[in-house]
Design a protein around this ligand. Structure first.
Ligand code: WTA
Length: 584
């Protein structure tokens, strides 16, 4: 094994020997580039229209379809049941053109919000990219969302068009009466009502020809709702210009080469699915796999074997779940096609990095760090770089990251503080939809505050410490305690609720709810279960409290705000800290 290894762990460092990597990494001389690189250098990697206009979707599909990649496979869609369909760049051009023409027929305006509530399917990719090509603002939603989550997003964004399917539409109709701006509902599948639009029929009738709309680089391409500490999820809005950095980071970090078969396991409802499971790889003209169905270790290994995946981008919870299944399972499959592994979303334990080296023929996971707001990977382990297992790696050339104290002073190496970034990278969010105050909260002292705490070691590697706020990361998904609390108090038995993240070996964190019952209700296992189910079906499958504890009172400030910090301290047996603002 060691003989043919490209990477070896020496002490705590995975050493890379570039001469022995299967392909020469796209990023060479990382340290040199950090000194010389300018973002304007990256502008040349994408195609522009006259007058400085651009279209992200054109760069993903049309520019390849017009050239030598016309017949190259762009998408291998595997439904997870053993059926795979392939689509070339040429075929995706036709599908996205058709969808853009459907938008036109229904008089969707430039920058109108077009939402997708679909399971992963060829229609989701074609619709999402087609809407961007047309000039709408496209937004995919998790198929696990319940009616409340759907309503919050469609209402806040003022979405005029929603693409969903026969199976999922029921949840939309539960809240449809609260969505006056939603004019068009397009249905994928057979069960199409009179007031709905049939995807099948309209796509069949639509013309194959459409010229991608030349957009101002600052015009919006997609938006995604994500959670903060307070309030409902906020709409993070991204511009067409993002494609520059989506392209470059996919090229440098995920290191895609012409012959690669690339697989990102993330759903398009998550920013990872949008940026690295759709737009970034396609901008690079790479073949990517989309897998339908739910997480299943056997199916995942089989997917790698069947499609001869070379690059694999996934999340730590998935890695831990695979680890928990044991090493015999991966040994049953031929996984030798794999060339590079990446992970994102939560801290990747050193054990995960090392486990991968055991079972995937000495290939480690490369941890990558970024956020919905940052629009692409900003801190990462590169293929040519030595890995310190447990570290997020180093900032991309062109990115300035630092650890600061409350006043914005840069801290010494080894000191814990806020992870901040110097604004100015191309894929940065352009606004929080209709909420400039929320947007401005991110910026202080000339820095963008990520909400994470971290530290830097003597070699310049960044190490994640935690969240500086109450945002919960559960199985990689970002959940706001306020959303869960709001859903909980809609249940008749719940008078008050406080929600925290509780550390969990498999999921990173689980959601735990502390509940004060309404008069007339008494604690029982059935009631707790009923409350959990309520949140699961109203809000989202992944955002319900796995643990519910009934309490008599919740710690509150004198102004009535629930002190989650104290709930967390009590739960984890930590010092309670400053209680001077406590109610009594
Ligand atoms: C966390 C995900 C540790 C972090 C693309 C960040 C991570 C939040 C890592 C963003 C990592 C992401 N190590 N933590 N490599 N990557 N995070 O918006 O707290 O869903 O602020 O975007 O995930 O979550 P989001």
């Amino acid at each position: 094994m060691v003989e043919k290894s490209t990477e070896l762990i020496h002490g705590q460092v995975v050493r890379k020997d570039p001469a022995r990597l299967r392909l020469t990494p796209n990023l060479q001389d990382f340290e040199g580039l950090r000194k010389t690189f300018k973002w304007s250098d990256a502008d040349k990697m994408v195609e522009w229209f006259p007058g400085g206009k651009i279209n992200a979707a054109y760069n993903c599909i049309d520019r390849h379809a017009k050239g030598k990649r016309k017949d190259k496979i762009a998408l291998i869609y595997d439904d997870g049941e053993g059926n795979a369909q392939t689509f070339t760049f040429g075929q995706l051009q036709v599908l996205t053109n058709k969808f853009a023409n459907v938008m036109k027929k229904f008089n969707i305006k430039r920058q109108d919000r077009v939402f997708f509530f679909l399971s992963r399917s060829p229609e989701l990719y074609a619709g999402f990219v087609g809407a961007i090509k047309y000039g709408a603002i496209a937004s995919p939603m998790f198929p696990a969302f319940g009616p409340d989550a759907i309503r919050d997003r469609l209402l806040d964004s003022g979405a005029v068009c929603l693409v969903t399917d026969s199976a999922l539409k029921k949840r939309v109709y539960e809240v449809k009466s609260q969505l006056p701006e939603l004019k068009h509902i397009i249905i994928v599948g057979k069960d199409v009502a009179e007031n709905e639009i049939s995807w099948e029929k309209e796509m069949a009738d639509a013309s194959d020809e459409f010229d991608a709309t030349p957009m101002d680089p600052e015009e919006f391409s997609y938006m995604l709702y994500t959670s903060g500490t307070t309030g409902k999820p906020k709409g993070v809005v991204h511009a067409h210009k993002d494609i520059v950095q989506m392209h470059l980071s996919t090229y440098w970090v995920l290191d895609v080469h012409e012959e690669d078969v690339y697989w990102c396991t993330a759903d398009l409802g998550w920013v990872t699915g949008v940026v690295y499971g759709c737009l970034g790889p396609w901008s690079n003209g790479v073949t990517q796999v989309g897998l339908g169905g739910r997480f299943d270790p056997e199916r995942w290994y089989k997917t790698i074997q069947t499609h001869k995946i070379t690059i694999w981008y996934t999340a730590p919870t998935a890695v831990r779940m695979l680890m928990a299944k044991g090493d015999d399972l991966p040994m049953k499959y031929d996984l030798s096609s794999l060339r590079a592994l990446y992970s994102v979303g939560e801290p990747l334990n050193p054990e995960g990095v090392k486990w991968a080296m055991d079972v995937f023929d000495v290939k480690p996971f490369h941890d990558t760090w970024w956020q919905t707001e940052t629009g692409s990977i900003l801190i990462t382990n590169f293929p040519e770089m030595d890995i310190k297992p447990g570290s997020m790696g180093k900032p991309l050339p062109g990115v300035e990251a630092a650890i600061v104290d409350e006043a914005g002073n840069i801290l010494e190496q080894g000191e814990e503080g806020s992870l901040v970034l110097r604004p100015g990278w191309p894929s940065m969010m352009r606004q929080i939809w209709k909420n400039p105050a929320k947007y401005n909260e991110y910026f202080r002292n000339g820095w963008y505050y990520t909400g994470d705490t971290a530290q830097i070691d003597k070699d310049g590697y960044f190490w994640y410490v935690g969240r500086a706020d109450d945002v919960i990361k559960t199985a990689g998904e970002r959940v706001g305690p306020f959303e869960v609390e709001s859903a909980l108090i809609e249940h008749p038995a719940v008078a008050e609720a406080g929600v925290i993240g509780k550390p969990d070996e498999l999921r990173g964190n689980i959601i735990k709810a502390f509940i004060v019952l309404s008069p007339g209700f008494s604690e029982s296992p059935q009631l707790k279960e009923d409350i959990q189910k309520f949140v699961k079906t109203r809000l989202a499958g992944h955002a319900y409290p796995r643990e519910v504890e009934i309490v008599k009172t919740l710690p509150k400030t004198r102004s009535g705000k629930i002190m989650r910090r104290m709930l967390r301290a009590k739960e984890l047996g930590l010092p309670i800290g400053d209680t001077s603002t406590l109610e009594d």
